[in-house]
Design a protein around this ligand. Sequence first.
Ligand code: ZN
Length: 374
Amino acid sequence: MKISSNFDSGNIEVISVENPENIQVKIRKDTNSNKHQWFYFRLTGAEGYPCKINIINASTAAYPYWENYQAVASYDKVTWFRVPTTYKDNKLVINHKPEFNSVFYAYFAPFTYEQHLKLISTAQHSDVCILESIGETVQGRDIDLLIAGNPTPEKLNIWIVARQHPGETMAEWFMQGLIARLFDEDDAVSRVLLDKATFYIVPNMNLDGSILGNQRFNSLGIDLNREWQKPSLEKSPEVFFVRKYMENTGVDLFLDIHGDEEIPYNFVSDMNGIPNFDERLKIIQEKFLNNWMQICPDFQREHGYPATPPGEANLNIATKYIGNTFKCLSLTIEQPFKDNNNLPDPVFGWSPERAIKFGASILNSILYIADDLR
Ligand code: ZN
């Protein structure tokens, strides 16, 4: 029996695999940081053995909200199903009898760099899309920006980014659904939207962190979502280049897609707390969120983060900085690592398929408020 993680987005350290009923592993820290959370590894040679994989440093993870959490597994890296997982004595224990000799386990269904490149190359075949490489990450990878809808001064500028936190892979699954629908020339909502707006889309803000198997940081241990007031070309070029491009286009709507380790619902972190938040923005925000809740039962507003007191938003966070600077609607969208408890799915939990549909659904609500955005 063997465990390995030496591949795109892999993360684990092996302590012992001698006894299938007491396999011991440890999550590696994010590069240049002291925090750990994301895991993704392959177990081979265990077909038919009831395995207990103990993640022995789960209690010191950055977000140790393991209650009701079930890890995902896959034989083919296409279908990711949940496997019985318990949290006891500071250890996260995955209990599974593999049906094949090669099985992958992960914190959530991975969205690898190869999948990212495929997403980009598929998108560029669309007649409505232009691909621009707007800069390089710390490790020299292209920062891909998809531009949809011919830019003209009259049109709205809508920016949507994802995976500032690379382990939040559901964010790029969300983008896959949103992009596929937006570029579908048979979709009436998308056609009207592209008449009204130019979309600027960054499906993965943190490519280095994604490949390295990080949860939160880029390759230098920087949290990109705390860099927006003063991004640095050396330490956070991913933010530096995107922000610079935004300053040229202007922004009428900004959405930043994330995942949340604790709360088993889809929710947003809204604009309350931003110094420039005013009555106009409040009306648009309410209209948008209430519409999304109506048309998509996977979205709700009851559960989420506590409200930020007026004026106290942290402007180093992307949506807070952009909303305040451009005085536009600007929201952080959070999806669960666990499941949506309003519509639970015991086999798959919150899954790539659901994130894809959730991402596609938001276009209706963007259209609903499009004429109010400027
Ligand atoms: Zn995040």
